[in-house]
Design a protein around this ligand. Sequence first.
Ligand SMILES: NC(=O)c1ccc[n+]([C@@H]2O[C@H](COP(=O)([O-])OP(=O)(O)OC[C@H]3O[C@@H](n4cnc5c(N)ncnc54)[C@H](O)[C@@H]3O)[C@@H](O)[C@H]2O)c1
Ligand SMILES: Nc1nc(=O)c(N)c(NC[C@H](O)[C@H](O)[C@H](O)COP(=O)(O)O)[nH]1
Length: 221
Amino acid sequence: MHVVVNAAMSADGKLSSRRREQIEISGPTDFDRVDQLRADSDAVMVGVGTVLADDPSLTIDDPERRAARAERGDPENPARVVADSRVRTPPDATVLDGRAQTYLLVSEAAPPDFIEEMEDAGAYVIAAGRDRVDLTTTLAKLEGEGIDRLMVEGGGELIFGLFEESLVDELFVYVGPKIIGGRDAPTLADGDGFVEDFPELELAGVERVDDGVVLHWTAEN
Ligand SMILES: NC(=O)c1ccc[n+]([C@@H]2O[C@H](COP(=O)([O-])OP(=O)(O)OC[C@H]3O[C@@H](n4cnc5c(N)ncnc54)[C@H](O)[C@@H]3O)[C@@H](O)[C@H]2O)c1
Ligand SMILES: Nc1nc(=O)c(N)c(NC[C@H](O)[C@H](O)[C@H](O)COP(=O)(O)O)[nH]1
């Protein structure tokens, strides 16, 4: 499976404020680039922290891009994937609105009641890992479902988890002209952080977009 991570961060590396509210870091040009990345993917993934903070749809905005997918025999929208170790996804979340297939990745500690509630809401539940979702195993299972190209839209906890398991192939970061600050504000990669064996990236491209830049990195795994 090919995993592409995309995020927008402030000039000081934050994905949002300490209140975890969505902040407009990039503008329409960058959102259009993100829409194209979604259109080029078999599935779009976020962590449940992002579902709770932003309630994203993770669907494609541009009707022409949806039509082009349908024309080549793909579903109009990529599948949606939510990593949710501690079963916090609300049954009325927009990712469960039926506009695309939705996979929920949970740990083996997920209570059967929750799994049933999510299945009733239309989700396909995949469980692996004792207390935390085992990303290597669940992504391999998604690959078995035909998901070869996965785009990850954050947040910082999930992105770190993917780097921890050497699952990231490409990283796109829009760096925008704002300072958000705050030691408790989410950054591009949170989790426990690395203290050694830091993943190394190779710069594949730099593009000026509005008053910011899009950095494109590739990772050696
Ligand atoms: N600027 C951007 O591009 C952007 C993108 C997405 C989210 N955000 C912001 O990020 C914040 C949410 O990010 P967050 O870090 O709190 O949550 P997150 O979206 O990264 O979700 C974290 C959750 O993922 C689940 N998870 C399952 N397995 C995991 C694993 N192996 N490793 C790590 N996590 C695992 C856990 O339940 C964990 O609590 C919000 O404020 C949102 O607005 C910004
Ligand atoms: N590209 C980008 N620029 C930003 O300034 C910003 N704050 C995000 N943040 C990502 C965001 O947290 C959401 O997860 C999705 O952008 C929601 O997307 P939809 O509801 O599906 O359109 N992304």
